[in-house]
Design a protein around this ligand. Structure first.
Ligand code: RM4
Ligand code: MN
Length: 387
């Protein structure tokens, strides 16, 4: 292999994976939320936990907030709180899916008063970004219909376009919005932003501050996600990822757990397409329903690192020459050689060079942090969805 290991290490050292505040709170399915011990009660405590993930991995320096789950009086003070703990506030996630008013949609609701309320929330989120210094506003709309004929599909697109234009207008020079798509759920018949094409078309119309975000759990089974990634990167329209993995629908399991090969293929396209930079937000969007949360996040960050390391190990020169020669099996072998490399020793070495423990999972377990939060957070209301 002609790949330069020093370069691979430099790239891995500079990697930046964002963890989501909601991963630290209680979560579950619509059937049951299993409460865990030591769960944060406030946005500040979620940031404390995110800081632990960064402390042991060295590559998770930001934490995304979800509004209103992470509502505080003073967002600038929250940003300072994060900085004091060695992390920063990352993307602001808007939430227009948990209010009774949104039963028939938020920005695409047939009622103009509801649309106004939803847009007001999105604009408030930009105010929060101003206070926290966040670059990205993540927009996910649960809007859609359950029954054919329930509402006018085209009119809903018009309403969506109108709201997006108003948000776009409000963005500062260094801010962007990332428009997320999701095939279905909670709307079951038609979703207003169901796929990357819809998101792409809206973003393209608005300009460079509107970008598509790929949540890896939001596609039909069998979808070639790396194709979408390659296409969007080529068009300069990939803003970031919500990483998680899924077996069936939007399972929100740990990234790389269900299909590490898919994650590798995605990272390969990112690297080949020149997307391995801070222009692309590499975020986790997960819920740890049955596993402990901080270790779940650490494991997820490590899974992304492992897939990235393997993708960086692809011998680009050998790959391209096999491709040019029409050597199908040769090209595939170069690709698979990288995937089949055990990169754990390389990552352990890198961590030691970064002054970290080579084994973040074990180091966290030894740190006593869990015992501390288990005792400290006995009273009060644990954070969870809707809290
Ligand atoms: C949605 C979507 C959003 C996330 C919420 C919690 O399905 O993935 O990104 O903020 O879930
Ligand atoms: Mn998501």
């Amino acid at each position: 292999m002609t790949t330069d290991i020093a370069q691979v290490k430099a790239a891995l050292r500079a990697q930046h994976i964002e963890t989501p505040s909601w991963a630290y709170g209680n979560s579950g399915t619509r059937f049951k939320v299993f409460a865990q011990e030591g769960v944060p009660r406030t946005p500040q405590e979620k940031i404390d936990d995110a800081a632990q993930v960064h402390r042991f991995t060295g590559v998770a320096p930001t934490v995304a907030l979800h509004i209103p789950w992470d509502r505080v009086e003073d967002y600038a003070a929250l940003a300072v709180y994060a900085r004091d703990r060695g992390v920063r506030v990352g993307a602001i996630n808007s939430n227009v899916f948990q209010d009774d008013d949104y039963m028939l949609g938020s920005v695409t609701n047939p009622d103009p008063a509801v649309r106004k309320k939803a847009l007001g929330h999105l604009l408030d989120c930009v105010d929060i970004m101003d206070a926290t210094g966040s670059r990205d506003l993540k927009l996910w709309f649960s809007d859609g219909t359950n029954y054919p004929g329930q509402d006018d599909i085209r009119a809903r697109q018009d309403r969506l376009a109108e709201a997006l234009a108003a948000v776009y207008e409000r963005l500062g020079d260094d801010q962007r919005f990332l428009l997320e798509y999701k095939l279905f759920e909670p709307a079951f018949y038609s979703t207003d932003v169901p796929d990357w094409g819809t998101s792409y078309a809206h973003c393209l119309k608005l300009g460079p501050k509107a970008q598509v975000v790929v949540d890896t759990g939001h596609h039909a089974p069998g979808t070639n996600i790396e194709f979408i990634v390659a296409f969007l990167l080529r068009e300069g329209k990939l803003g970031g990822f919500d990483f998680n993995s899924r077996f069936y629908a939007d399972d929100d399991l740990m990234v790389g757990a269900a299909d590490p090969f898919q994650l590798f293929r995605i990272m390969h396209e990112v690297i080949q397409g020149g997307g391995f930079s801070d222009e692309i937000a590499f975020m986790l969007d997960q819920c740890h329903n049955i596993e402990p949360k901080i270790p779940g996040q650490i494991r997820s960050v490590m899974n992304v690192q492992e897939a990235t390391a393997k993708a960086l190990l692809v011998d680009g020169e050998a790959l391209r020459s096999a491709q040019r020669a029409g050597d199908v099996l040769g090209a595939n072998a170069v690709f698979m050689d990288a995937y089949n490399t055990d990169v754990r020793p390389l990552l352990a070495e890198l961590r030691e060079e970064m002054g970290l423990d080579p084994d973040p999972m074990a180091a966290y377990a030894r740190s006593g942090y869990f015992e501390k939060i288990r005792d400290e957070r006995k009273d009060g209301q644990a954070a969870g969805w809707g809290a």
